[in-house]
Design a protein around this ligand. Structure first.
Ligand SMILES: [Zn+2]
Length: 306
């Protein structure tokens, strides 16, 4: 008996489904397939958010005037120990595309994305498809790997905004050619240092991929792995390494306390360099974009290693 009483309801549901009841958008459905993958024409520039400021250059180079970009981690802060803010969540909730590094750099990000709750956010993971060594996330520090980030950003913009695909492709090709020129210029500079001097001890191992590309030996680092607390027990070993290899300098970044690096420099009788940039751009013009940052770093490294 109850089955009989359900019949009229079932019929109504079926009729309703056939007639697209309550939506009244049958024309939108018919023409909407292209719009479903493209940016709405009236929404202004595409909002791209990056995790670290170093990636902003890639987005600006490829997106040009079609995009706006901002980073979640402020200039001068470390992404490995970053504590996201409510402001970050709000920015992410409004974003169209997020560019992150992956490879364990942004351990706080999954929760921030979830808190932002955006259902339409597209995510570019820059290290996707690159060879990650020893769980070290700093692949962008090799300008040849940076080209891969640029290509993934290009693909995401082409997919999101096909109307400007030609612009994104031309911009990415131009910027990647600049990264090839940068690679050649860094190589020339590093090659000018006597081979026996091409070695570094660094505060945090952001230099693994850069050093591998340009033939610099990474002798050691004060942080056991990116984001972990420095290991004071390691200091004696690093002092011995610096002396045994005749190092001229030890390298750190403005965002870290110079204390332990100072201790090594003093004990080994070598120079302390504290102004390298890697996880973050700087506020000075000479370190305000990726290419100028790597040129600046390279000049400092070359001068200190000589
Ligand atoms: Zn780092």
């Amino acid at each position: 008996m109850p089955q009989l009483s359900l019949k009229p309801l079932l019929a109504a549901v079926l009729l309703c489904a056939l007639a697209a009841c309550g939506h009244g958008n049958s024309t939108a459905t018919a023409t909407g397939s292209a719009a479903a993958t493209a940016a709405p024409a009236s929404s202004g520039p595409i909002k791209v958010v990056t995790t670290i400021s170093t990636f902003d250059s890639f987005v600006q180079a490829v997106g040009g005037s079609h995009v706006t970009v901002q980073s979640l981690v402020p200039v001068g802060a470390s992404p490995e120990t970053y504590q996201p803010t409510p402001q970050n969540v709000a920015v992410l909730a409004q974003a169209n595309i997020l560019v992150e590094n992956g490879a364990g750099l942004e351990t706080w990000l999954a929760r921030t994305i979830s808190n932002a709750g955006s259902k339409s956010l597209r995510i570019v993971v820059g290290t996707d498809g690159l060879p990650i060594v020893k769980n070290n996330p700093h692949l962008w520090m090799d300008p040849q790997y940076a080209k891969h980030y640029v290509s993934l950003i290009r693909d995401a913009l082409v997919q999101f905004d096909p109307a400007h695909a030609a612009d994104y492709r031309a911009n990415a090709a131009r910027y990647n050619a600049q990264l090839d020129a940068l690679t050649a210029s860094i190589r020339r500079k590093i090659d000018s240092v006597p081979a026996k001097n091409r070695a570094m001890i660094v505060f945090h191992n952001a230099w693994l991929y850069y050093n591998a590309r340009f033939g610099i030996r990474t002798l050691g680092f004060i942080e056991p792995s990116p984001g972990q607390d420095p290991n004071p027990k390691n200091i004696g070993k690093l002092i011995d390494l610096a002396k045994a290899n005749g190092l001229h300098a030890i390298f750190s970044e403005p965002e870290y306390s110079p204390k332990l690096a100072q201790q090594i420099a003093r004990s080994a009788g070598i120079t302390l360099v504290t102004n390298l940039y890697d996880d973050s751009l700087g506020t000075k013009p000479e370190v305000s974009n990726y290419i100028s940052m790597l040129n600046y770093d390279t000049d400092i490294i070359v001068q200190a290693m000589r």
